[in-house]
Structure formats: structure tokens, C-alpha cells
Write a protein that binds this ligand. Structure first.
Ligand SMILES: NC(=O)c1ccc[n+]([C@@H]2O[C@H](COP(=O)([O-])OP(=O)(O)OC[C@H]3O[C@@H](n4cnc5c(N)ncnc54)[C@H](O)[C@@H]3O)[C@@H](O)[C@H]2O)c1
Ligand SMILES: [Zn+2]
Ligand SMILES: [Zn+2]
Length: 362
């Protein structure tokens, strides 16, 4: 990729050095053989992008690069011989590339691929006006789903995958520890299955306000003000919830309060399930007796495995409330500002969308 090419055009948000995204003229990709050329409509900044931006994924990521693994677009060109796609189709690209050869892939357990790669992390991504991709990475999106919501399909698919890994069933009671980007997507996903009580645990009131604002029967618990396990027990006649999701990502004690994974274990009922998603590096102290006495199980959930289709279906049938996730929309040229806003004010921002449509504003 030529990252500074004024003649052959498109604009892209290029991470030219860590902590610095510039809106540059770059070479517009051609529609490669066997691929379709996509005009990107909206992208979405992910927590991983924030780490990449700061250089924390180095040397897996290098500069200059075009980030962006959460985005949607419109097909503008289809290579000869590519079936099933037409100019004007709305599309959500699944950024994950599995190797297909490692032991996990051979078992069909693709999210555990030992050399799993993502466009926008391991290669140039979608924070640009155009990208050429193979149809195997693409999901078709009904025309009536707004472009802004197409950019959320990737993160919503993570919520769907977690819901499926935990095997959430109708009538299940739930706790979601962490009411951030991932926790709220899990809320969206579990609400497609169960109308029963969902407890959302966090330490920020602004984030705790979102779940009950958009969904009925959501009880927000501020872990820095009350003991979530005691509250959950009190609200469930001492039983606990059927399923607990951990979507915090660290095991720090807050004023001596319980760490999230242990809190999840203590919150589930006998035979319950704890599903962990947080990717913190430090060990999370747990007492196995608390798990074993309940014959509860812990499952983990990584990225998604085909849940793009499910996420698109729920957007289509109105079962998701994507507006709950969108904090603000900036133009693609303001991508650097988007990262600064997320650093300056994480409490008030869930998803920042970036508008890459090439109709005049660049
Ligand atoms: N497994 C996966 O597929 C997957 C995918 C994406 C992200 N992740 C990981 O999930 C975790 C959450 O990601 P995110 O993007 O939602 O982050 P986020 O920062 O948006 O959300 C985390 C939330 O946890 C809250 N929190 C912090 N400490 C807490 C505590 N002690 N108790 C209760 N709440 C607390 C924060 O206030 C915040 O609202 C991260 O570790 C991330 O790396 C996992
Ligand atoms: Zn992401
Ligand atoms: Zn593999």
C-alpha cells in the first residue's frame, strides 16, 4: 500500500505513527480477481483499535497502517466470475481470517485458530473509503438496515457468540459484569432469547444507565456502592442467576470488592454457567469450591463464529437496539479526534462511528 499518493485516489485514516492518525490520500484499491470492491460507509472504533493506536499491539501491528475491523459498506465493483454479488449490495465484512490447518481449525473450532488474523489489525482494514475483499468474508445486509447500524454487526456478533457459547435459553436470568461495549452487546443478544431479569454490574453510573434505558427488566448494580452478589441473591430469592457473563477484563479489587470472575461464580445458581470474555493479563483469583459445590461451569467466548448472520437478522427484525451503542458519529477525517475523545471521556462514550462516505466532505 502506498500511504501517501495524491494522484490515484481515495482518502484513508492512516495510523502514520503510534498515537497519530492522519487523513491522507492513498492509492485506491483495485477490485482484485475473485473479489468485490467495497465503498466503506461507516466504521466503528473498537477497544482493540485503542490499543493499536497506542502501539500496544506492536510488533503485531506496524505503522503506517489502516486500522478498522468493524465497518460496513456498499459493493461498487464485482470481479469477473464472482457469483452472488451485485453493485449496490449492502455488506458487512467479517474481518476474521482463520488458517484452516491448525488443530483447532481442523476440529471446526475456528475462533481458537492458533494463527487467527483480522483485517485492520494484521493487514490494512476498513478505515478508508474503499477496500477490496473476497466474498468468503462478506455477509449481505438487507437494504433497509441503516448504514450506521451495519458498522455494528461485528461487535453485535460478539454478543451473539457469547450468548450461544453460554447456551442462554428462554426464561434464563442473567448477570453481565461490565456494562461497556461488550457487555451491552451481550445484553442486546440475550434479550433476543430471554425476557427475564438481566442484572448489569459496573462502577460507572453513566454506563449503568444505558441498559435500563433501552430494555425492560434490567437491574443496574453499581459494584462500588453495593455488593452485587448480595443484591442478586436478594432479587432472586437466594437462588442466583442461571448465567453470568464476565465482560470487564481485569481482576483489580475495587476498595476490597470482589473481582469480576469470582463475582460471576458466586452469582450463578446450582448448575449455572459463567461465560468469560475479558482479556485481562493478570490472574483472576477464584475459589474452585464455590464453583464445584454448584456444579457450575465456566466457558469462554472469543470473537464470533458465523454469528454475523444472526446479528444481521436481529437488526432486520428490530430485536436489537443499535442506537443504545452509538455515542457519536464523526467524519473519517476526524478519526484521530475519535481516539482522543475515547481516552478523555471513556465513561460517556460507548461506540464512536466514523463516516467514510465519499460524498463531498473530504
Ligand atoms: N472475548 C472476546 O471475544 C472479546 C471481544 C472484544 C473485547 N473483549 C474484552 O472484553 C473486555 C471488555 O471490553 P469492552 O470493550 O467492553 O471494554 P469497556 O471498557 O467498554 O467495558 C468494560 C466495563 O467494565 C467496567 N468495570 C471496570 N472495572 C469493573 C469492576 N471491577 N466491576 C464492574 N465493572 C467494572 C468499566 O467501567 C466498563 O464500563 C476487555 O478485556 C476486552 O479486551 C473480549
Ligand atoms: Zn472489535
Ligand atoms: Zn487455524
Amino acid at each position: 500500500m502506498n500511504y501517501n499518493n495524491k494522484t490515484n485516489g481515495m482518502k484513508a485514516a492512516v495510523l502514520t505513527e503510534y498515537n497519530k492518525v492522519e487523513w491522507l490520500d492513498v492509492k485506491k484499491p483495485t477490485c482484485k480477481p475473485g473479489e468485490v470492491l467495497i465503498e466503506v460507509t461507516y466504521g466503528c472504533i473498537c477497544g482493540s483499535d485503542q490499543h493499536i493506536h497506542k502501539g500496544e499491539f506492536h510488533p503485531r501491528t506496524k505503522t503506517p497502517m489502516i486500522m478498522g475491523h468493524e465497518f460496513g459498506g456498499l459493493v461498487v465493483e464485482v470481479a469477473n466470475g464472482v457469483e452472488g454479488w451485485a453493485v449496490g449490495d449492502k455488506v458487512a465484512p467479517d474481518p476474521i481470517i482463520w488458517c484452516g490447518k491448525c488443530p483447532a481449525c481442523l476440529k471446526g473450532h475456528y475462533p481458537a485458530c492458533t494463527s487467527l488474523k483480522l483485517i485492520g489489525i494484521d493487514s490494512d482494514g476498513g478505515f478508508a473509503q474503499f477496500i477490496s475483499l473476497p466474498p468468503s468474508m462478506l455477509y449481505k445486509v438487507p437494504a433497509n438496515i441503516p448504514d450506521e447500524h451495519v458498522a455494528l454487526v461485528e461487535v453485535l456478533s460478539i454478543g451473539c457468540h457469547a450468548k450461544n457459547r453460554a447456551n442462554v435459553k428462554e426464561g434464563d436470568t442473567i448477570v453481565i459484569w461490565g456494562s461497556g461495549k461488550v457487555g451491552l452487546c451481550i445484553l442486546e443478544a440475550v434479550r433476543t432469547v430471554t425476557d427475564n431479569t438481566v442484572f448489569m454490574v459496573d462502577i460507572l453510573e453513566s454506563r449503568l444507565a444505558i441498559g435500563p434505558k433501552y430494555y425492560k427488566n434490567v437491574i443496574a448494580i453499581n459494584a462500588s456502592k453495593e455488593n452485587p452478589v448480595e443484591r442478586i441473591k436478594a432479587e432472586t430469592e437466594g437462588k442466583g442467576v442461571d448465567i453470568a457473563f464476565e465482560a470487564v477484563g481485569h481482576a483489580h479489587d475495587i476498595d476490597g470488592l470482589i473481582n469480576p470472575v469470582r463475582g460471576c461464580i458466586q452469582s450463578v445458581c446450582g448448575g449455572g454457567t459463567v461465560c468469560v470474555l475479558g482479556l485481562g493479563n493478570e490472574p483472576a483469583p477464584i475459589v474452585f469450591k464455590e464453583l464445584i459445590w454448584k456444579e457450575a461451569k465456566i466457558v469462554s467466548s472469543r470473537v464470533s463464529h458465523g454469528e454475523f448472520a444472526e446479528a444481521i437478522e436481529h437488526l432486520k427484525n428490530g430485536r436489537f437496539k443499535p442506537e443504545a451503542l452509538i455515542s457519536q458519529i464523526l467524519h473519517g477525517s476526524q478519526t484521530q479526534r475519535g481516539f482522543e475523545i475515547l481516552d478523555e471521556n471513556p465513561a460517556e462514550n460507548i461506540k464512536i462511528l466514523l463516516d467514510f462516505r465519499s460524498d463531498g466532505m473530504n
